[in-house]
Design a protein around this ligand. Structure first.
Ligand code: A3D
Length: 320
């Protein structure tokens, strides 16, 4: 059986890391596409030359030609511009929307059966636009943000409790922005909900509030340290987790930006929610109940995403 084909649109910091991870995990053959001449070719060759030492079998190719992504099974999109210190994700909207148009058309024309994972910011609006520009079914187009935001939350919790991060489950709902909703009630250590751990004296409410806020600011914290761009190791790892769930039909329960049509009371929009990812793409949205406080935070996040979608429509009248 031929190896799966993984197309990476954007061969920058995240794209290169995605290619390295996909090859090392032998998820399939990798095509790196970028408009920058030489970058995808150079990264593809460099990673291929790490194969003999690492011991993986995967072919890697860099290209500026969309025809090379033909028939891809998975397509991960990082094309566009990342933020610099002082910028919000929303500041990227105008420039990255134009990029989504060309990328969406490239996917539509060359790999309409792919499972598409968007990473480009502002995430929830860009994945919505990418689905429209590509015309692919909504369950085959989703955005990576929740896995990353949850991983950050899990990391901070594991440090606070001094336990293995393997035993910490957590998820973050809502849009991938300042209004995201890290769910304390639905996050656990080995099944014990965080509020119970506060009652047990493992931490305090103040410390938990600080961890929630650090999770919300997780992207900005890295941007502030790097100064020249945004996070790329953890974002790439998170998207690979989603791609692997699809390629291996794992039915993983992962938070991602998925198209909600009725779920969570939403009327056709992309936002971060818990989902089941398997061979069918986003196979299910896990429609959990929110309490009053969570619902208020979720509503504020929805409002922020809706504002970005409205801004996209004002820029490009082909979006409906
Ligand atoms: P960067 O290293 O700049 O890579 C982006 C690449 O896109 C560059 O190599 C560009 O040449 C390329 N590119 C630009 N326009 C096009 C085009 N029209 N077609 C093809 N390629 C193009 O950025 P990065 O890899 O650090 O980040 C990529 C995106 O991911 C940015 O928008 C970030 O804001 C976003 N990001 C999202 C998250 C989430 O959790 C959602 C996390 C981190 C970064």
């Amino acid at each position: 059986m031929a190896r799966p084909k993984i197309a990476l649109i954007g061969a920058g910091q995240i794209g290169g890391t995605l290619a390295h991870l996909a090859a090392m995990k032998e998820l399939g053959d990798v095509v790196l596409f970028d408009i920058a001449q030489g970058t995808p070719e150079g990264k593809a060759l460099d990673i291929a030359e790490s194969g003999p030492s690492e011991g993986f079998d995967a072919s890697l190719k860099g290209t500026q030609d969309y025809a090379d992504i033909a028939g891809a099974d998975v397509c991960i999109v990082t094309a566009g511009v990342p933020r610099k210190p002082g910028m919000s994700r929303d500041d990227l909207l105008g420039i990255n929307l134009k990029v989504m148009k060309s990328v969406g058309e490239g996917i539509r024309d060359n790999c309409p059966d792919a499972f598409v994972i968007c990473i480009t910011n502002p995430l929830d609006a860009m994945v919505w636009a990418l689905q429209q520009f590509s015309g692919l079914p909504a369950n085959k187009v989703c955005g990576m943000a929740g896995v990353l935001d949850s991983a950050r939350f899990r990391h901070f919790l594991a440090e606070e409790f001094n336990v293995s991060m393997k035993d910490v489950t957590a998820f973050v709902l809502g849009g991938h922005g300042d209004t995201m909703v890290p769910s304390v009630r639905y996050s656990t250590v080995a099944g014990i909900p965080l509020p119970d751990l506060i009652d047990m004296g493992w931490t305090t409410q103040d410390k938990m509030d600080a961890i929630v806020q650090r999770t919300r600011d997780g992207g900005a914290e890295i941007v502030g340290l790097l100064k020249t761009g945004s996070a790329f190791y953890a974002p790439a790892t998170s998207a690979i987790e989603m791609a692997e769930a699809f390629l291996k039909d794992q039915k993983r329960v992962l938070p991602c930006a998925a198209y909600c049509d009725g779920e969570f009371g939403l009327d056709g929009m992309y936002v971060g929610v818990p989902t089941v990812i398997g061979a069918g793409g986003v196979e299910k949205i896990v429609n959990i109940k929110l309490n009053k406080e969570e619902q208020e935070m979720f509503d504020a996040s929805i409002k922020a995403v809706q504002g970005l979608v409205t801004a996209c429509k004002a820029i490009d009248s082909s979006l409906t």
